[in-house]
Each structure stands twice: as structure tokens, then as C-alpha cells.
Design a protein around this ligand. Structure first.
Ligand SMILES: *[C@@H]1O[C@H](CO)[C@@H](O)[C@H](O)[C@H]1NC(C)=O
Ligand SMILES: *[C@@H]1O[C@H](CO)[C@@H](O)[C@H](O)[C@H]1NC(C)=O
Ligand SMILES: *[C@@H]1O[C@H](CO)[C@@H](O)[C@H](O)[C@H]1NC(C)=O
Length: 476
């Protein structure tokens, strides 16, 4: 039997030398670090490339060597801004421009490493279209690691499929692409389509996100995905077909909550202390990520919705970064009197909250999330039903997929004014999940999802298969 030979080929040969290079966003760096840790734990040497300030904000990991490359300065980008969480959304393309300036130092680093020992792989992110030519000069193959669901990549589609089926109007994005052969939640309603349309436009970095992605997709040897067959059946075969190269799931790469990826998180467990005396499963954990483009009005409606819902909540609220010269968030962030009125049953933490620890806490019973893939995946680990308030990128699509699986309910949006939401919509969704009887069905489904995904041998097998692919394709 052929299958019997496979594990042997994997145990043969020494460790791989892998360079990983995530986009300058913590939502990317953290899963890249989780992947790095798993490779390092199997004896492979991993060099993790980022900028000095980003590396200082990550928890060092055994066997993963941090390689700091100083970020070139770019006109308009604030001093010290090295991650998307340091800039307002409209300056992210400047950060991309600065990151493009890492081409020379990265080439120098690869040349230096090559002198010592050959690098086997460089694992890049969606935006690193300039890495493959450099890697080619050193005869190092590239793999693309997508931290998004595989469905997001399939929705984007390869260049040839887009050329054959051009999408130009918002309506074109409101249905799954023609190259998806099965029913799918991969589409964007009109009020959600701005991001997708924007990803096909060149930006102040001069290159559109779609162009960046296509160039890498065309020149990498394989694609790696933070996902698994249990979550996205059929999707990896479709991607392999579309991209004409293997699409390999890496599993869900859950961070271990014993040691969250933040050096300072242990000192800041004030939020966790608040949870300690609350009854089991009675608290809604609220967190919308660090980059949701929240307006002052959004924050007020969310607050007043939580107040109306009448449930216990712990809200990790990161003050949005304002654009230079604009003071969008001056004065009080929260509605007047909100904290006094909800005292005892709710708390708002504006500092860092260790999210995985908060989700793991016995008092937490549900999660109000923006449905970024990282947060969504973290929720699976603890089987929490979701109240969903998506904003950008693929969040609306992920929310639709989770609603279809019956693990969450989205806050109603007004489609005729660009997608506003109200306190009543927030309160209704929160009560649906936490108070009303239907919430029990969501919780039961979330529990089933947890059982399906928190299966260590199965998740280990994904990494095993990935390493097998890295070995097999490195000399292809
Ligand atoms: C860059 O694109 C984003 C959407 O992807 C858009 O919001 C932003 O305004 C664009 N910036 C520039 C300078 O064109
Ligand atoms: C880690 O925690 C500190 C404060 O304790 C915070 O300033 C920093 O942004 C956090 N790092 C990440 C990756 O969010
Ligand atoms: C939705 O927005 C439209 C346009 O601003 C407005 O006329 C309408 O009343 C809104 N609907 C709801 C339910 O708030």
C-alpha cells in the first residue's frame, strides 16, 4: 500500500530552514508566529522577520529566531508606526509602502543566511509581491500563508478567472463568483462591497492588494491556509484547482492561552479579575479587534445596545487611532453616564485584554465579535455562540458563514444607508444569543463546532501534512 510509505518519507532528512515574513498587522503576525512555533517544535529552524518594534511587542517563542529589519520612513507615516494598529485605516497603504522598502534589507538577510546554510522556504503574506524575485535569486522557493478562510481566497480568485469573468460593479460581488461550483456564503452585500472593490484599486503604495496577491499566487509553489477540512469542506481542492498548485490547510493554529502572544499580558489581568466572581457563562465578552473603523456613533450605539440588553458584559475597547490633524475621538468615547448606569454588571477595559484568557474564562458565555478570522477561530476553541458585528475585509462573509452554521446572529444593518446599526439592533441580537430560548440552539451548535475543532491529534496531523508538503515541494 502506498499510504504506508508516506510517514517514513517525512521522518527522513534533517530539519527545514524556514524564513517567515508576515504583513505588519498583529492579526497576521500572531498566526504566523503560531505556525512558526509548531514548525520549531518539530525541529525546524524558523527565522521570523518583522520590524524591531513589532518584535518587541510579541512573545518570544522557543526555537523561533526573531529577525528585526528596521522599517524605512515614508512621508506621512507617523514616527514609530510599524503595525496597522498604530495607524488609522486610511494610512494603512502608507504602511504598505514603507514595508515595500524592506526589499533591500530582506535580500541582504537572505544573502547572509545563504552563506551559512541554505534556506529551504520563505513563507510570505498576501502583500509581498516583491519577495519572489528576490527569493528566486537565492533559489529559495516561496509559499504563501493566508491567514484568512480559504473561502476568502476563493472569492478573490486567480487572475485568469477574474479576467474571464470580470467583476466591476458592486452587484458583481453580491453573488458568489462563477468559479465556485457549490453554494456559498462567499459574497458581499452592496453596503459591504467597498472593501472588495477597493482591493482591486491601486493605492498610495501604488499597487492594489489584488495585484500583490496574484503576483505571489503565480510565483509561489504552494499556498498554506489557516483553516481545515472540517471547517471548509471542498475548499482546498477548489483552490488547488484554481491556482494550479497545492492548497494546504495548516489547521486552525489556536494560540495557547497559557502564554498569549504578548509580553505584557500577564501584568494586565484586571479584566480577568473582574470576571472571577461572575456566575458561569453569564458574561458577554465584547471585542471588535484593533482595526475596525469604528465611528463615535458606532461606539455609542453599541454601548447603549449593551445597556438595553441588560446582560453582563466585559468590553475590551481599544481607542481607535485618529488621522493626524483630525480629532475624531476627542472627549468622552462612551455615552454620558453609561459606565455609572451599567456599574456592577458591565465593565469597559481600554487597555490590553488577553482575549484568549477572557474567552477561556468560565464566566464568559458568549462573544460579541467583528468576525475577523482570528477571533472567530478563537471562539471555536471555547464553543461560544456569537453576536456578530462585522465591518471590513472578509468579516461580513465570515459572519454569513457562521450564521449559516447556526453558531451566531448578526446585528441588523440598514442596507439603504450604507450599513448603519442601532442600539435596538445590538440589544436584539445580544438578547437572542444570551437571553432568549433560541440562544440555546446557537450554544449547542457552537459546542459541536468546538468538539469538531479542538481535536489535537487531528490538528497535529495538519502540521504533519504541511511539513510533508514543504519537504516534497522544496526541490520541485
Ligand atoms: C486605499 O484603499 C482603501 C480601500 O482598500 C481606501 O479606503 C483608501 O482610501 C485608499 N487610499 C488611497 C490613498 O487611495
Ligand atoms: C501588549 O500589551 C500592551 C499593554 O499591556 C499593549 O500596549 C500592546 O499593544 C499589546 N500587544 C499587542 C500585540 O497587542
Ligand atoms: C435606513 O436608512 C434610511 C436612509 O437613511 C432611512 O430612511 C431608514 O429610516 C433607515 N431604516 C431604519 C430601519 O432605520
Amino acid at each position: 500500500m502506498e499510504a504506508a510509505a508516506a510517514p517514513e518519507s517525512v521522518t527522513q532528512g534533517g530539519g527545514l530552514e524556514v524564513v517567515v515574513f508576515p504583513w505588519l498587522a498583529f492579526g497576521h503576525m500572531i498566526p504566523f508566529l503560531e505556525l512558526s512555533k509548531r514548525l520549531a517544535a518539530r525541529g525546524h529552524a524558523v527565522a521570523f522577520v518583522s520590524t524591531p518594534r513589532n518584535l518587541a511587542r510579541l512573545q518570544p517563542a522557543d526555537g523561533v529566531r526573531f529577525v528585526p529589519l528596521p522599517l524605512p520612513s515614508v512621508e506621512g507615516l507617523p514616527e514609530g508606526a510599524e503595525a496597522t494598529s498604530d495607524v488609522p485605516p486610511d494610512e494603512v497603504s502608507l504602511l504598505k509602502k514603507a514595508m515595500d522598502g524592506l526589499a533591500v534589507p530582506l535580500a541582504a538577510f537572505l544573502a547572509g543566511s545563504a552563506g551559512r546554510r541554505r534556506t529551504d522556504w520563505i513563507i510570505v503574506d498576501f502583500c509581498h509581491h516583491w519577495v519572489p524575485p528576490i527569493a528566486d535569486r537565492h533559489k529559495v522557493p516561496c509559499a504563501l500563508f493566508m491567514i484568512f478562510p480559504a473561502a476568502t481566497m476563493a472569492f478573490w480568485g486567480p487572475r485568469w478567472a477574474n479576467a474571464a469573468n470580470p467583476r466591476t460593479e458592486p452587484e458583481d460581488f453580491a453573488v458568489p463568483p462563477k468559479w465556485m461550483p457549490f453554494p456559498s456564503t462567499a459574497f458581499f452585500l452592496r453596503h459591504e462591497a467597498e472593501w472588495v472593490a477597493g482591493s482591486f484599486r491601486a493605492n498610495s503604495s501604488g499597487v492594489s492588494d489584488a495585484e500583490r496577491l496574484w503576483e505571489i499566487m503565480e510565483r509561489c509553489r504552494l499556498t498554506i491556509h489557516r483553516s481545515c477540512h472540517e471547517l471548509e469542506p471542498g475548499m482546498f481542492a477548489l483552490l488547488s484547482d484554481l491556482n494550479r498548485k497545492p492548497a494546504v490547510p495548516a489547521g486552525i493554529l489556536l494560540p495557547c492561552h497559557e502564554e498569549e502572544n504578548n509580553q505584557s499580558s500577564s501584568s494586565s489581568s484586571q479584566a480577568l479579575r473582574w470576571l472571577h466572581d461572575k456566575p458561569p457563562k453569564s458574561v458577554l465578552y465584547v471585542a471588535l479587534g484593533s482595526e475596525a473603523p469604528l465611528t463615535r456613533e458606532n461606539i455609542h450605539e453599541l454601548a447603549l445596545g449593551l445597556e438595553l440588553a441588560g446582560v453582563r458584559f466585559l468590553w475590551a475597547l481599544r481607542k481607535p487611532v485618529s488621522t493626524a490633524g483630525r480629532n475624531d475621538y476627542d472627549g468622552e468615547l462612551l455615552p454620558a453616564g453609561f459606565e455609572e448606569r451599567t456599574l456592577g454588571r458591565g465593565v469597559v477595559c481600554t487597555g490590553w485584554v488577553p482575549q484568549v484568557k477572557a474567552l477561556a474564562h468560565a464566566a464568559t458565555g458568549a462573544f460579541l465579535t467583528h468576525c475577523g478570522w482570528g477571533s472567530t477561530v478563537e471562539s471555536f476553541a471555547f464553543g461560544h455562540p456569537l453576536v456578530m458585528l462585522p465591518f471590513i475585509i472578509d468579516q461580513p462573509m465570515i459572519a454569513r458563514a457562521m450564521a449559516e452554521r447556526g453558531v451566531g446572529v448578526a446585528v441588523a444593518r440598514n442596507e439603504s444607508d450604507g450599513g448603519s446599526f442601532t442600539r435596538d439592533g445590538v440589544a436584539a441580537a445580544v438578547r437572542h444569543v444570551m437571553v432568549e430560548d433560541q440562544g440555546k440552539i446557537l450554544a449547542a451548535n457552537a459546542k459541536k463546532m468546538q468538539e469538531l475543532l479542538v481535536d489535537q491529534p487531528r490538528q497535529d496531523q495538519y502540521i504533519h501534512d504541511l511539513v510533508d508538503h514543504l519537504r516534497r515541494y522544496k526541490d520541485a
